[in-house]
Design a protein around this ligand. Structure first.
Ligand SMILES: *Cc1c(COP(=O)(O)O)cnc(C)c1O
Length: 386
């Protein structure tokens, strides 16, 4: 039996190149608390990403929690239910109330025209996601934030290296949060970062991620322990040497999918990469609306039976989970676009090393399910979205 194919596979540089970092650690015995690798990675990432300041974290979720603490966000926060559950969980952990706005049907990002009607005297921030690395409509979001005096924190977990008009989208808003989890484009096993735009904010974040210590005897806030350790940082430094080739390979795999889908399933249409955006090709989402004879889950199950583990990112919606579903804005009729997309979405495997023959196999399996469905019905609407 061939090994299973997962939706992603971690970027792992050659092991022998990791050993010298470990040898250095064993020598200098500084394992965490802003050691040499941590400091070096913050600098190299700021240069690579094109941002002012990077604050490294042990994972992206703690970075989200701390971003909200940094700006002293209170009351209600307008966000999206079409995301990974950590986006809203970070609000609950801060005692905040998520208020869900529906998404745009093209970008799958929060729909700016749905934000204003949700603002109340308790609203203090907007927490959008750049879903699949497609930039949210930051100009409109910022205009609303400026008008109503709200903070903007971006969940940019999908956005490593993404640029709009040649500039990093991590420069938008007050703060942006990255994830370096093993499943992401760039990984430090687990890891994350807050991107901020000035030195004072960086200092506050650095205190908050280290229990609130400002110096040996002064604690300025009930901070948390969310420090990235030196092994994680070393992984990041090594990985940076391979990230450009990994991103180039992802682009090639992405384009292969487009070509294969165009050849095998010509009735489908797909949205092209926006001209002014440099993507990272982190995901390959397909919309499979199905018809009376087959569903998205038939495709999902057919792939599984063949050892291919595509993922339904994002299904169910965050608003369907028990700690959210009682909320007024969690009702399906309030989020019709997100609801429909979550019922049709399927993310196909994409990662450096995925063979063209495997991509062909994946498309063939999908085409078979669609063909079976078509025998009883008219062509299935199938849309690929980036
Ligand atoms: C991965 C992810 C997170 C959580 O990051 P971790 O590093 O796994 O804690 C948060 N939000 C989104 C949208 C993600 O995809």
């Amino acid at each position: 039996m061939k090994p299973p194919v997962y939706v992603t596979s971690p970027l792992l540089p050659p092991l022998e190149e990791f050993i010298p970092y470990l040898e250095e650690l064993w020598q200098n015995k500084i394992l965490t608390n802003s050691g040499k690798f941590h400091q070096q990675l913050e600098k190299e990432l700021a240069d690579y990403l094109g941002v002012k300041h990077v604050c490294l974290f042990s994972n992206g979720t703690l970075a989200l929690l701390t971003a909200l603490q940094t700006l002293r966000i209170t009351g209600e926060v307008i966000t999206t239910a079409y995301s990974f559950v950590a986006t809203s969980h970070s609000l609950l952990w801060n005692g905040l109330t998520p208020v869900f706005a529906d998404i745009d049907p093209v970008t799958f990002n929060i729909d700016p025209s749905k934000i204003e009607e949700l603002i109340t005297p308790r609203t203090s921030a907007i927490l959008p996601v750049h879903c699949y690395g497609t930039p949210a409509d930051s100009a409109r979001i910022q205009k609303i934030a400026d008008t109503y005096g709200l903070k903007v924190i971006y969940d940019a977990a999908h956005c490593f290296g993404v640029k709009e008009n040649g500039t990093s989208i991590l420069n938008y808003g007050d703060l942006s949060v990255l994830s370096f989890h093993a499943t992401k484009v760039f990984n430090t096993f687990e890891g994350g970062a807050i991107i901020c735009h000035d030195a004072k904010t960086k200092q506050r974040i650095d205190y908050l991620k280290n229990f609130g210590f400002a110096d040996e005897t002064v604690v300025m806030a009930p901070g948390i322990n969310a420090k990235m350790n030196e092994v994680q940082a070393a992984m990041g430094l090594l990985q940076l040497k391979y990230i450009d080739s990994a991103l180039a390979e992802r682009a090639e795999i992405y384009n292969n999918y487009i070509a294969l889908l165009t050849a095998s399933l010509p009735e489908l249409s797909f949205i092209k990469q926006p001209e002014n955006v440099t993507w990272n090709y982190a995901y390959f989402p397909v919309l499979i609306h199905g018809n009376d004879s087959f569903t998205r889950d038939d495709v999902y199950n057919a792939l599984r039976e063949n050892g291919i583990y595509a993922r339904r990112y994002f299904y169910p919606l965050i608003s369907e989970f028990p700690m959210y579903r009682h909320m007024e804005t969690a009702k399906p009729e309030h989020l019709p676009v997100a609801w429909d997309v979550s019922r049709a979405i399927l993310c196909l495997p994409i990662y450096p090393g995925l063979a063209l023959a495997e991509q062909q196999n994946i498309i063939d399996i999908i085409a078979q399910v669609v063909a079976r469905g078509e025998q009883a019905s008219f062509p299935a609407p199938l849309v690929v979205n980036g």
